[in-house]
Write a protein that binds this ligand. Sequence first.
Ligand code: B1M
Length: 236
Amino acid sequence: MMSDQEDDIVLSELNDEDLVAQMFDDLYDGLKEEIEEGVNILLEREWVPYRVLTEALVGGMTIVGNDFRDGILFVPEVLLAANAMKGGMAILKPLLIATGAPRVGKMVIGTVKGDIHDIGKNLVGMMMEGAGFEIVDLGINNSVDAYLDAIEKEKPDLLGMSALLTTTMPYMKVVIDTLIEKGMRDDYTILVGGAPLNEEFSKAIGADAYCRDAAVAVETAKMFMARKHNQMAANN
Ligand code: B1M
């Protein structure tokens, strides 16, 4: 994708459509500084942070994902793309949070054991923070014990788990079964997400809901919080 003309392109001189197309190329090529510059230009042009995130960054990552799947891109290139995406996300994070509402609940979130994918989880965390949730991010590769320690310490309303591999998604059930064994399952709303999951899987493992994307995660979390508040009000 890298062309000889790359050095000649001045991002700020491109119209929005061409700039986003160029950002797709830059993300593909793992050019973090260019992605950061592109994000800043779109923000200067009064794009709202959420639109920059979904249209320019997530849109570009979808192309990377497809070529990774098809064996055109390999792990080192995808890591560079992920790094460039994180550069753009770091600029957007405070803006998404600043537009948020007052605190509405607390969520512990982490990627499950054996899985090091964290872009989607980070995005969910950012969007949830933007919507007024307090987020405790456990990072990647979390064992049952890591989840248990965190929820006992943090006392969240919600537990979020992310998995991007068909080989790691069953671990979510291990976590939920352990919570059931310990009589703690009903103390938390459990939301799960990640590309290979679906509604059916979420039901089968005993989660409260499957979240297709970060926006759905926010809406679902809000819905469960409203339900919890209504229940508490009814009990008082
Ligand atoms: Co990996 N990888 N990867 N990878 N990788 C996938 C997942 C894969 C689908 C690519 C493919 O073949 N098409 C494939 C999995 C196939 C399968 O399991 N059936 C795959 C593979 C095979 C692997 C390795 C095994 C490759 C290898 O080593 N041979 C390896 C595994 C390492 C491990 O985890 N043990 C591996 C490694 C990597 C990198 C390190 C190179 C890099 C990760 C970098 C990082 O995350 N820091 C990477 C990447 C980037 C991807 C793809 C290309 C992109 C994932 C991503 O970030 N998407 C991915 C292909 C794809 O998904 N199309 C792929 C963008 C992100 C915004 O979307 O994560 O889906 P997503 O998150 C969404 C929703 O799913 C949802 O909301 C998010 C935002 O809207 N969501 C939640 C996610 N988590 C949630 C939690 C919630 C709620 C919603 O809780 C409440």
